[in-house]
Write a protein that binds this ligand. Structure first.
Ligand code: MN
Length: 295
């Protein structure tokens, strides 16, 4: 490693209390849970000089929002919030900040990726850490839940490029999604791949693919990628996920690569959590991605 690395000088935090993309409610409390887990204090302790917290975006509540379309429920409302999120992310990047987006369900990734793409004129390299592929289209989705579709829309709308998109941690993928992953040409490392070669080799490949041509890398981290024994506070838990240390190694290796440009932590559901441990883990992972090391 020849690069001299240091934590970013400025980060821009924005919370998106969105739960319209999911069936199980409660992820709208994710941004509060992450802040209560001392996000600010821990970022300060890394030596980050400027921490700008934009607060939470306004997200209409389910009781007053309309479904409109059962193949992509609440899409219009979600899209409106994503437009606001994109504007904040775009201006944060232009101001020299590293955006940290706090979810909320994973549908908000559409807004984050749109903002990053507008700010830089090209989509970021994308490392998508998740138990699920989130690449359903409204026609392939069995549920109509938009949090299962953000990668589909990001790829289709040009806010992500398949050849620089890597998924890590998959273990629950719909048959139609397998087809869509192949059609788009997204690289996917399943939990089985991690079992066979380990996180280190997977992350070396992921950095090479997502970080090709020196593009900044965005990590979109769904907490359900982690094993439910470590991250119980999530709406769609699946057994056999990343261990505590594997999850940290993913983030540490993104920092070591020197190309991390933004991150989002999504799908934290305090209703299912145990004493806020999932949000605390999310804060620890953010710190690992931004340069916290053991020694
Ligand atoms: Mn997801």
């Amino acid at each position: 490693m020849t690069k001299t690395l240091s934590p970013p000088a400025r980060v821009d935090i924005v919370g998106v209390p969105m739960d319209l993309g999911a069936s199980r409610r409660g992820v709208d409390m994710g941004p509060s849970a992450i802040r209560y887990a001392k996000l600010h204090e821990k970022l300060e302790s890394l030596g980050i000089a400027t921490i700008v917290d934009h607060g939470n975006l306004h997200v209409p509540i389910r009781e007053s929002a309309a479904w409109e379309d059962s193949s992509a429920k609440y899409f219009k409302v979600i899209d409106e919030v994503c437009t606001q999120l994109a504007a904040i992310v775009e201006s944060a990047v232009i101001s020299g900040g590293l955006p940290i987006v706090l979810g909320g369900d994973h549908s908000i990734a559409m807004g984050t990726l749109a903002g990053l793409t507008r700010a830089r004129g090209a989509p970021p390299g994308l490392v998508w850490v998740d138990a699920h592929a989130d690449i359903n289209s409204p026609t392939s989705s069995a549920t109509g839940n938009v949090h299962g579709m953000p990668l589909y829309f990001a790829l289709r709308n040009g806010f992500a490029q398949a050849e620089r998109t890597v998924q890590i941690g998959l273990r629950d993928v719909d048959p139609a999604e397998k087809q869509l992953l192949r059609e788009f040409g997204v690289t996917a490392f399943t939990m089985s791949d991690i079992d066979k070669v380990g996180v280190r080799q997977v992350m070396e490949a992921a950095r090479a693919i997502a970080g090709a041509q020196d593009h900044p890398i965005h990590v979109s981290f769904d907490m359900d990628a982690i094993d439910p024994s470590e991250a119980p506070g999530t709406g769609t838990p699946v057994k056999g996920g990343l261990s505590y240390r594997e999850a940290h190694l993913v983030m540490e290796m993104l920092y070591d690569g020197g190309q991390l440009g933004s991150l989002e932590m999504v799908e934290i559901n305090p209703i299912f959590d145990d004493r806020n441990q999932t949000a605390s883990l999310a804060v620890g992972l953010v710190c690992s991605a931004l340069g916290k090391s053991i020694l």
